[in-house]
Write a protein that binds this ligand. Structure first.
Ligand SMILES: NC(=O)c1ccc[n+]([C@@H]2O[C@H](COP(=O)([O-])OP(=O)(O)OC[C@H]3O[C@@H](n4cnc5c(N)ncnc54)[C@H](OP(=O)(O)O)[C@@H]3O)[C@@H](O)[C@H]2O)c1
Length: 254
């Protein structure tokens, strides 16, 4: 049985609580957050603490808190030589300091409190200073998922940049598409199958090999028509920037 203390009450802490709560090999013995928030309706109130000095003995302390607060909270922990991990994609392991044994338990997925997550498909990127602790993280993560990766802080930093492109930026493209549809009273849902097909294809093959559209075809008349439709300056700029980027990559001239 791995005894876990969860620190934080945001998206990740809430999903971790619900997922670990069901596992027989994991026991969440305590949760810390500043506002005394319950992470689950069944959670016993006496297991929630708001004062770090009340932290109990555990096998792993998971800091699922804001990136910018990880260092501060790690420094405030009232013990030494315990196993402390954070859950961030972009924060290096050494931010956790030297008072404790450190690690990273990064679930590479997007989490919002009210959206269901199937943890069995979530890749976990693990890092730990020593091999025993890494084994603890592997046992913990594999209670939820089969996709376990040992990833260094440097590799995690790289993955995080790539994740910003494939998730945050792509989602912004969806938002622009939605805005354009709304502006012209066309249902955005007509595009849903295209979105799903693109995401599905890219999980099976190299993205470069499935690039389609006017940019890669060098279809200048269509590109011109599209630019005339777009009224917002930022939409025009993004269209032009991405068209150039696609053409540069595929060796076409604008
Ligand atoms: N959401 C995702 O999709 C996702 C995916 C993978 C990894 N992560 C990582 O997981 C971590 C948590 O992300 P999240 O999305 O769960 O964040 P979140 O929903 O914004 O929650 C952040 C938590 O941090 C707490 N916190 C912030 N500053 C604090 C401080 N100074 N002292 C104590 N607690 C503090 C907040 O408490 P208050 O409410 O009291 O401010 C809140 O409970 C981050 O490192 C993030 O990079 C997030």
């Amino acid at each position: 049985m791995i005894r876990v203390v969860l620190l934080g009450a945001g998206n990740v802490a809430t999903h971790f609580y619900s997922a670990f709560y069901k596992e027989k090999t994991v026991e969440i013995i305590q949760c810390y957050n500043r506002k005394n928030i319950k992470l689950h309706p069944d959670q016993k109130e006496d297991l929630i603490i708001t004062d770090l000095s009340d932290l109990k003995e555990a096998d792993v302390y998971i800091l699922a808190i804001h990136d910018d607060a990880i260092k501060e909270i790690a420094n405030l922990l009232p013990f030494r030589n315990k196993f402390v991990v954070h859950t961030s994609g972009s924060v290096p392991i050494d931010v956790l300091g030297t008072n404790n044994r450190t690690g990273v338990l990064y679930p590479l997925q997007t989490f919002t409190k009210d959206t269901y997550v199937d943890f069995s498909t979530v890749p976990f990127c693990l890092e730990a200073e020593n091999s025993n602790d890494l084994q603890t993280l592997k046992t913990l993560a594999s209670s939820l998922s089969k996709k376990i990766f040992e990833i260094s802080s440097a590799q995690r930093g790289i993955l995080h940049v790539a994740a910003v492109f494939v998730n945050n930026f792509v989602n912004h493209m969806f938002a622009i598409g939605n805005d354009i549809c709304k502006e012209h009273q066309v249902p955005f849902e007509i595009l849903h199958p295209l979105i799903l097909e693109t995401a599905q294809k890219v999980s099976l093959t190299d993205p470069d090999s499935i690039q389609t559209g006017p940019a890669v075809r060098n279809d200048t008349k269509t590109i011109e028509r599209h630019l005339n439709i777009l009224k917002e300056k930022s939409q025009k700029n993004i269209y032009q920037l991405l068209t150039t980027a696609i053409q540069d990559k595929h060796g076409k001239k604008l």
